[in-house]
Ligand binder design. Structure first.
Ligand code: PEP
Ligand code: MG
Length: 748
């Protein structure tokens, strides 16, 4: 390859651009592109391989290899040097390709005469599209400049692919973003939804790829970066000192925005012939490709920051704001890389479903989606690059799957599934006013979990007898400032009004751990789930808890008030919290405010320690509610938010059930009211086991009440209890198989 100059590169890019304007079928265009590149670069071979499916690359056009191998030669991801380029998303450069480890000789191509090999990935924003290869007979190592030049060409090919330049009957390729695509993620909120994609942040569309005047283009980039820097400084000034985390992110943005390396790479891209926006996107794509391979979470976050920054810069350069003027489709399914709880609440119930590329099971957005009962799938790779506004999409929140642009057979099967569930819900509706009475005569009290005022309308139709857990932190998490006491009073009063004569068990703030309020300073903790959270914060810094207790007392004036404290680990913690509540009541009385007509004070049992608290503790509390989500994570030492372990241990594990029986027995001996309000209470088979070991009350999301009630009514809890005892006696690990068998024998 002769030494190449910037002018050569620019000429080549212009010729490629001109190719785009010729209305030829995709194959002819592809063929001509390989010829142009080979000619312009002075190499013997230029080939374009594109992905046929996520694992298979196909030779789609070549100058120099045997023409009959086009659309015949296929390689798996990672196979041969071409497959290696695709897998690593990095160039492979070899003076002697046949001697490289992993080299695979493809006889049909006639490539045995070519010694040197340079392959670069064709990728767009982390989406792998294919591989661009040049080969030559002479054994030579390509220079860094040559590699760089080929990457720039690959960028243009990626954009052309994206614009559908190579689609059509002759190539056998469908236009991108038309194929049905199944993406797998992680369940964050169960349920199914059909609808149309609504991108939270629509992609910037780049129409100008190649520059005519690199000096003018460099000036555009410089201007845009200057604007970007000013805007970040403004954001930093506005952020003030209240939100440490937000500030840290902005500081990182600022650092990147001033990074010489980043600027230099983009300037180089422009000198080689790209437009300013194409240069930004080329570096963004490279960062995204690195993102997928970086195991370190901190570095990944930084690469995300760079990605965000690139988007801002692209918006400045193209003038495309996040407001594109597009109309939200009907039945919108929100697609985003991530979303804050406040933003999600703003969309509210008009969303049918939410799909996130990132997200976490315990994140605030997840909590809000749960509260709104919107199916949510998180950790869905590539969704923001694959989906276009308006695309038809099926969200299977239960299985953690997303069918993008599904074909008719998938849609029909999905609709059948939804219809069956709707029918089942109708059947459950018939049970609404009937008790959850098992065949043995025992009746289980079913309650619902809530966290937003918006949950309350479903109380009467759910058939729940009470709100067994009202998570008060949502109101704190979804605002960017601390709510005022008067706002809390108004909110709690509305909740009580909506609940009517059904009791509401308010759980005081459980912040810390994963639930962090943006406006409160918090220490960095090595293990926040076991750190300074919930009641621990309330006891050490009582200001907010006191305000909350005052608000609860005022809101409940003249009515029953039930308060429970989260994450109580010792009896003395409960006593201190209880005393605090009594002091606030006395204070309210002194101030002449009307008091609640009746008061119940309880604790959430979420740490194993509390199960072994002194008997006096069980006598002191008015009730206990088992927070199964936390209790299970501490019992098995398995982080409830860590995908690697969170499903590892079964709730019906016999050790766990035996432990729960200790709690049941102690409550029984002391005549203490007991309930269970973790997510497991809403899973029918698990709920049956909990009822079978003697837990008299279960609190769950409203949609679960019907299925749980239906199963309990068909069961005999004495039989369930005996079955669990037999499983225990036999030394089995889990009661699930036996219970599933039992459920299978019940009449429907
Ligand atoms: C629990 O831990 O089971 C619980 C109900 O509380 P949260 O999920 O809010 O921690
Ligand atoms: Mg908890």
């Amino acid at each position: 390859m002769p030494h190449r100059t910037e002018t050569d590169s620019r000429k080549l890019l212009r010729r490629l651009r001109d190719e785009m304007s010729i209305a030829d079928p995709g194959q002819e265009r592809l063929d001509r592109i390989t010829t142009i590149i080979a000619e312009s670069m002075g190499v013997d071979v230029c080939s374009i391989y594109l992905f046929r499916d996520p694992d298979t690359l196909e030779l789609c056009a070549t100058e120099g290899l045997r023409p009959e191998s086009v659309h015949q030669t296929r390689l798996r991801l990672g196979e041969g040097l071409v497959g290696k380029v695709a897998r690593l998303a990095r160039p492979v450069n070899s003076a002697n390709a046949p001697a490289e480890p992993g080299f695979r000789y493809m006889p049909e191509t006639g490539e045995e005469v070519f010694t040197s090999f340079l392959g670069v990935p064709v990728q767009r924003l982390g989406e792998r599209l294919g591989v661009l290869v040049v080969q030559a007979k002479e054994a030579r190592q390509y220079s860094d400049d040559e590699i760089y030049g080929l990457e720039v060409v690959a960028m243009v090919i990626a954009e052309m692919t994206e614009l559908g330049a190579f689609t059509g009957e002759t190539t056998g390729f469908a236009a991108p973003h038309q194929n049905p695509t199944l993406l797998r993620g992680v369940t964050a909120q169960e349920g199914e939804a059909e609808g149309n994609v609504w991108l939270h942040e629509p992609r910037v569309v780049i129409t100008k790829l190649v520059n005519d005047d690199s000096r003018a283009e460099l000036a555009r980039l410089e201007d845009a970066v200057a604007q970007l820097r000013v805007s970040i400084d403004q954001l930093l000034a506005n952020a003030g000192s209240r939100d440490k985390e937000h500030q840290e992110v902005l500081q990182t943005y600022r650092m990147f925005a001033h990074s010489r390396g980043w600027m230099k790479r983009m300037e180089e891209d422009i000198r080689l012939g790209l437009s300013a926006e194409a240069a930004v996107e080329k570096e963004q794509s490279a960062a995204r490709a690195r993102l997928e391979t970086v195991p370190d979470a901190y570095l990944r976050d930084r690469l995300h920051d760079l990605d965000d920054l690139s988007n801002r810069l692209l918006r400045i350069l193209t003038g495309q704001g996040s407001e594109t003027g597009a109309e939200m489709p009907d039945r919108p399914i929100l697609v985003a890389r991530n979303i804050g709880p406040g933003e999600l609440l703003d969309y509210g119930r008009k969303l049918r479903g939410v799909v996130l590329e990132e997200g976490a099971v315990g994140s605030h957005a997840t909590i809000v989606a749960r509260a709104l009962a919107i199916p949510l799938v998180i950790n869905v790779p590539r969704i923001t690059t694959e989906a276009l506004n308006g695309d038809h999409v099926l969200v299977d929140g239960t299985e953690g799957m997303v069918h993008l642009r599904p074909d008719d057979s998938v849609t029909t099967a999905f609709r059948d599934k939804m219809a069956m569930q709707a029918k089942a819900q109708e059947r459950y509706a018939v049970l609404r006013d009937k008790p959850a009475q098992a065949r043995c005569g025992t009746t289980i009290t079913l309650k619902m979990n809530a966290g937003l005022m918006a949950d309350l309308p479903s109380l009467p139709s759910s058939g729940a007898e009470a709100v067994g857990l009202f998570r008060t932190e949502l109101q704190f998490l979804t605002q960017d400032r601390m709510p005022r006491r008067s706002e809390l009073v108004a909110n709690y009063a509305r909740v009580l009004d909506a609940a009517g004569d059904r009791p509401v068990y308010f759980r005081t703030l459980d912040i810390g751990s994963d639930k962090v309020m943006p406006y409160m300073n918090r220490p960095d903790e090595p293990n926040p789930a076991m750190g300074w959270r919930a009641l621990r914060v309330g006891l050490d810094k009582p200001g907010v808890l006191r305000m909350q207790l005052q608000a609860l007392i005022r809101a409940a004036a003249g009515r029953e008030l039930s308060v429970m404290f989260p994450l109580v680990a010792t009896a003395s913690e409960f006593t201190r919290a209880h005393d605090m509540l009594l002091r606030e009541i006395a204070r309210e009385e002194r101030m002449g405010h009307p008091l609640p007509e009746k008061l119940k004070v309880g604790a959430m049992l979420e740490t194993p320690s509390l199960a072994y608290a002194p008997t006096s503790f069980f006598e002191e509390v008015d009730f206990l509610s088992i927070g199964g989500n936390d209790l299970k994570q501490f019992f098995f030492a398995a982080d409830r938010e860590n995908e690697l372990v969170r499903r590892r241990y079964d709730t019906l594990n016999v050790s766990f059930l035996t432990f729960l029986q200790v709690i049941v027995d102690r409550c029984h001996e002391t005549n203490t009211a007991l309930s269970f309000c973790g997510e497991d209470a809403g899973r029918p088979v698990d709920a049956l086991a909990l009822a079978g070991i003697g837990i008299p009350s279960l609190s769950m999301r409203p949609a679960s009440i019907g299925p749980v009630k239906s199963l309990i009514r068909r069961s005999n809890l004495n039989e369930v209890s005996e079955l669990i005892a037999r499983v225990q006696a036999r030394g089995l690990e889990s009661a699930r198989p036996a219970l599933l068998d039992y459920v299978g024998t019940l009449v429907t």
